[in-house]
Ligand binder design. Structure first.
Ligand code: GLN
Length: 481
């Protein structure tokens, strides 16, 4: 094989098999990843998807990687809010510029044990707040399909890295859609697991009751493989981790006979642009062709999901981000006394969106407003969860919706924060209800990729993947990218 550059697009499952068979070495794969990174970095249109990387340390890791693992020799990229002892964990923020963690996140260790090689930490919206990666303190990442556009966010750098072929697998984090939306915008697969399925030990917290680590892959099978490696009990280090038996998400079945898929009317509003609707209809026909039956269903509290999310997420973020005060982590700016130091550090260290969320969150939690906002939001959240359990109880196995209402927008096109929040319209409910959901490429609108979302009951990942495999196979893997 004279062209090692062809390995990464072949995907993680093929790469790991080739490494195990001795057809390619982990060091060759690291070189391929870094060669690609160098080529996409060049020029003003650089994708800006990687915040830190170190070729030599990746090569060293490749030389000593464990043989025979499920991800043997597979280059991986992690979002920069996942703690690793090599490279930075900046969270896309000035306040953690150059910060290196003293420990590894469980997912980082698990990937390493499976043979994967870390090749970079990915750009992101500051502290994972945003939908475009434009809120990174280190500049916007660009969509590899059209570099004048955003890759989505907040895990935009991870999505870009996979779409641009730097790695077949990347990890992101999800609080309200930050894996699924960038996956849709970049034409790849993005998975948000059931809350608790993948350990969050070492994930810098944004909103603890909503946060998940999620997976990007070029194909459904690569995503299922990575999820299978990562899912598992970590209760000793993450109290929210679910003690579950080792899962099997990969399957050869492409048959959906007997599977009932719900089409929630709230996710297909009048305002959904016709080209988006057409792509969804095509996907629905593809699923029917594989034997699925469709049923119109309703999730009646859907219109409350976004307002509820934008109370709960800022409230929890205001508590979680209190630790960044210049004392223990990252930057410290001297001020008048201790209070002055806190003020100077936090006002210089946090960007505008993070500051807005902290202020909003502090307000909704403050005495006198807690009941009116936070408590009420938690009550409505319970109603949103019940919408889903009612649908499952009616005999529906999974739901199909668009992932977003439109394809990737131009960098700089959205300046109103509220308009940016609307990007999460179809994704936040799954986080509020703690159910798994994934985005699969289904076609193109204005020449840009769009995704279809599959949502399943809690711990129903196997069914979710079964639907995704069938969809991808029927539509054709490459045709829609
Ligand atoms: N875009 C949403 C927000 O800004 C979701 C972010 C996320 O999932 N991390 O909060």
């Amino acid at each position: 094989m004279s062209a090692p550059r062809e390995w990464i697009p072949a995907g993680a499952a093929s790469i790991a098999a080739a490494v195990r068979e001795g057809k390619v070495s982990a060091t060759e794969l690291v070189r391929e990843s870094f060669d690609r990174a160098a080529s996409v970095k060049a020029g003003a249109d650089g994708l800006n998807c990687i915040l830190s990387s170190d070729r030599d340390s990746s090569l060293r890791a490749a030389e000593s990687h464990p043989v025979g693992g499920a991800l043997a020799g597979v280059p991986v990229v992690l979002k920069d809010n996942i703690a690793t002892t090599t490279l930075t964990t900046s969270c896309g923020s000035k306040i953690l510029e150059g910060y290196t963690s003293p420990f590894n996140a469980t997912v980082a260790t698990t990937l390493q044990q499976a043979g994967a090689i870390l090749v970079g930490k990915a750009n992101m919206d500051e502290f994972a707040m945003g939908s475009s990666t434009e809120f990174s303190a280190y500049g916007a990442a660009r969509n590899p399909i059209d570099t004048s556009r955003v890759p989505g966010g907040s895990s935009g750098g991870s999505a870009t890295a996979v779409a641009a072929g730097l790695a077949p697998i990347a990890l992101g984090s999800e609080t309200g859609g930050s894996v699924r939306q960038p996956a849709a915008f970049c034409g790849i697969v993005g998975v948000k697991p059931t809350y608790g399925l993948i350990s969050r030990f070492g994930l810098v917290a944004f909103a603890s009751s909503l946060d998940n680590i999620g997976v990007f892959g070029r194909t459904v099978d690569d995503s299922a493989l990575a999820m299978q490696v990562l899912a598992g009990d970590d209760t000793t280090r993450d109290a929210t981790s679910a003690p579950r038996p080792a899962p099997t998400f990969r399957t050869d079945s492409r048959d959906l006979t007997g599977v009932v898929i719900g089409k929630p009317r709230e996710y297909f509003p009048e305002s959904l642009p016709a080209p988006m609707r057409e792509q969804c209809d095509r996907a629905i026909d593809a699923l029917k062709a594989r034997g699925a039956t469709f049923r119109d269903v309703s999730l009646p509290h859907t219109d409350l999901a976004l307002p509820v999310y934008y109370i709960i997420a800022p409230a929890e973020c205001s508590a979680n981000l209190a630790r960044f005060d210049g004392v223990r982590y990252g930057m410290r700016i001297a001020g008048d006394g201790l209070r002055g130091m806190y003020e100077a550090t936090r006002s210089k260290g946090f960007g505008a969106e993070v500051t807005r969320r902290i202020l909003l969150g502090t307000y909704v939690l403050s005495a006198g407003y807690y009941d009116a906002y936070y408590r009420k939001a938690m009550e409505v959240r319970a109603l949103i969860s019940k919408d889903f359990t009612d649908v499952w109880a009616s005999g529906v196995h999974a739901l199909f919706t668009p992932t977003t209402a439109s394809p990737a927008f131009q960098i700089g096109a959205i300046s109103d924060p509220y308009e940016m929040y609307l990007c999460d319209l179809f994704t936040v409910s799954a986080n509020l209800a703690e159910v798994p959901a994934m985005s699969v490429p289904i076609g193109r609108v204005q020449g840009l990729p769009v995704g279809g979302q599959i949502i399943a009951p809690k711990f129903g990942e196997a069914d979710m993947f079964r639907v995704a495999y069938a969809l991808e196979t029927e539509l054709g893997v490459e045709a829609h990218r």
